[in-house]
Design a protein around this ligand. Sequence first.
Ligand code: ADP
Ligand code: ADP
Length: 232
Amino acid sequence: MIVLENVSKEFNSKSGTVKAVKQVNIRVNQGEIHGVIGYSGAGKSTLIRCVNLLEKPTEGKVFINGVELTSLPLPKLRKTRNKVGMIFQGFNLLKTATVYDNIAIPLKLLGYNKDEVKKRVEQYLDIVGLTDKHTNYPNQLSGGQKQRVAIARALAQEPEVLLSDEATSALDPETTDSILDLLLKINRELGITILLITHEMNVIQKICDHVYVMENGVIVEQDTAINLFTKP
Ligand code: ADP
Ligand code: ADP
């Protein structure tokens, strides 16, 4: 479960203070997929980065499965952050590492032994359908395949929740659909709670249980996806 309570984020710069996120409340129950939609500059990216404290909220509280991240001291925060997986528009893969190693290296850094690393890499490569590409380098993969590697890397750390920052925005419509199907499968079969941000209506329509519309840092409207799209 992901809970944001009155989360605000301000940036200070020479030209003044930017209130990127204002008093946002979100509650994603266990096993649900929620989406935040809005135009560029609405504050979506800042908001989702507040969930795993890549950005420290100026105000408010963030809870992951009841644990308040915003009050944790750094060593504990690092551990709890491992429960929060994240995928990005730009995939963020290591160019000089194979598909196998892109998934294995973070696990090794987390201290898992060789057998456990191998077991997890094989298991999650299978789930994302890339077992036969394990020796490829990222530049030998399509965009959709790169995102599958990034998804396997996130899942291999066995997170309780997954954050998606415009994960399909760099992909063509067909590839987008296949990645959305994969996210849906992960949600349904592994029970992983998902919070995503997007500027694409079809992403929301296809997989989200609940939708938040963000404008100028504020959630201006929220509803179930069905209600939002069938309201007069
Ligand atoms: P979105 O993801 O919806 O496009 P962002 O969260 O990226 O929106 O940006 C929201 C607002 O916050 C914008 O006005 C942006 O310029 C500002 N902003 C984002 N990050 C920073 C930063 N590090 N420093 C200053 N302003 C920022
Ligand atoms: P090391 O700890 O030195 O990385 P490993 O035996 O874990 O040694 O792996 C050596 C390399 O062989 C890995 O970096 C990986 O690229 C590849 N490798 C190991 N096991 C597999 C596997 N089951 N499938 C694909 N590649 C593998």
